[in-house]
Design a protein around this ligand. Structure first.
Ligand code: MTE
Ligand code: MO
Length: 372
């Protein structure tokens, strides 16, 4: 059993798949803290968790196609300036279960919890690439990442990002060795993972073994044959993965975490809570909440850290106190967020449905009963 050596996990996590391990925190835990405690951080593994020895760990860095490679130990990485930032990581499949309700899709049934936030610390990728003497100045260049997790045929997890993002110090791409002040937990990439702020989780390669500058995107299955968006009319018979770009920055997203769908609330003061986030460093500027299925809207209060312009890498938690009158029997609660490019979420799922169930960011709608 290649999974026999997987780490022990927190029992509060909602497990979507045991082997490989995929789990999300329940909604009430997800937004209890602005920074997600490590044991509750959602986990998305495609393969068994490798057990790596920090003393013999080496990161291979190749600065140019076919160029010489640098071999960095953990101590070598610690010598680069240590950079620490708060970043929200979201899987492209977050809220996939809502797409399934429209029509079946292929993928794990994530609810609203395939998203979490941590303080990440490590070396900036641009500093490491500078030391590796990256040379390629082509605009169509990519930085490819390879994990040390692999399937029985020896194929490793891999992904890539455009070189321009990797070299931009303002993009703050990290080779992270700390998560919330601790060494990375095994499930989250011990000893080193990539953190690409504002970009889909799939590019944040864990158990990082190799970084290389290439003229082509990663040839990994997960870069080329997965994590892409398609029209609702495309099905598995006619899908052409080469026709869509790989997902990088994610669209604006929000969800309600309290109360939960189907719950019964008391009349009087009710607190509605949730999260909102947008990709590419775009800040969330507003969250609108409706109690009547979208007829009228109120603006929620945004909590959490102030956002830096163009570097809003982390989510905002939000809440709204409402008064539910005694004669009310039910509430149809909706939330929708707006980012600082005035991007908004689509109102329904059907027009953004896609066969892989990615990019599910329609208005989040829940129905709650009011206690008589
Ligand atoms: N890196 C490796 N090596 N193997 C993986 O399976 N999964 C990716 C990414 N990095 C993965 C990986 C995906 S799809 C996501 S969403 C994030 O890791 C999840 O990171 P987390 O488990 O720390 O939340
Ligand atoms: Mo993912």
């Amino acid at each position: 059993d290649p999974y026999a050596d997987d780490p022990v996990r927190h029992p509060a996590l909602k497990v979507n798949s045991q082997r490989p391990f995929n789990a999300e925190p329940p909604p009430e835990l997800l937004t209890e803290n602005y920074i997600t405690p490590n044991p509750f951080f959602f986990t998305r593994n495609h393969l068994p968790v490798p057990n790596l020895d920090p003393d013999t760990y080496r990161l291979q860095v190749v600065g140019a196609p076919g160029g010489q490679s640098l071999s960095l130990s953990l101590d070598d990485l610690y010598k680069f300036p240590k950079h620490e930032i708060t970043v929200t990581l979201q899987c492209a499949g977050n809220r996939r279960s809502e797409m399934t309700q429209v029509k079946a899709v292929k993928g794990l049934e994530w609810k609203t919890g395939a998203i979490s936030t941590a303080r990440w610390a490590g070396a900036r990728l641009c500093d490491v690439l500078a030391q590796a003497g990256h040379q390629l100045c082509e605009t169509e260049a990519h930085v490819c990442f390879e994990g040390l997790d692999s399937d029985p045929t020896g194929t490793a997890y891999g992904a890539s990002i455009p070189l321009a993002r990797a070299l931009d110090p303002e993009a703050e791409v990290l080779l992270a060795y700390e998560m919330n002040g601790q060494p990375l937990p095994r499930d989250h990439g011990f000893p080193v993972r990539v953190v690409v702020p504002g970009v889909v989780g799939a590019r944040h390669v864990k158990w990082l073994g190799k970084v290389s500058v290439e003229s082509e995107e990663s040839y990994s299955h997960w870069q080329r044959r997965d994590y892409k968006g398609f029209s609702p009319s495309v099905d598995w018979d006619k899908v052409d993965f080469d026709s869509s770009p790989s997902i990088q920055e994610l669209p604006v997203q929000s969800a309600i975490t309290q109360p939960q769908d189907g719950e019964t609330v008391e009349t009087g003061e009710v607190t509605i809570k949730g999260y909102a986030w947008s990709g590419g460093g775009r800040a969330v500027i507003r969250v609108d909440v409706s109690l009547d299925g979208g007829l009228t809207w109120q603006t929620a209060e945004l909590d959490g850290e102030e956002q830096r312009p163009r570097k809003a890498w982390a989510w905002r938690l939000w809440q709204l106190q409402v008064h539910v009158p005694a004669e009310q029997k039910e509430l149809n609660i909706i939330c929708k967020a707006v980012d600082d490019s005035y991007n908004v979420q689509p109102d329904t799922v059907a027009p953004i449905w896609n066969l892989r169930g990615v990019l599910s960011n329609a208005w989040h709608r829940i129905h709650v009963h009011v206690a008589p």
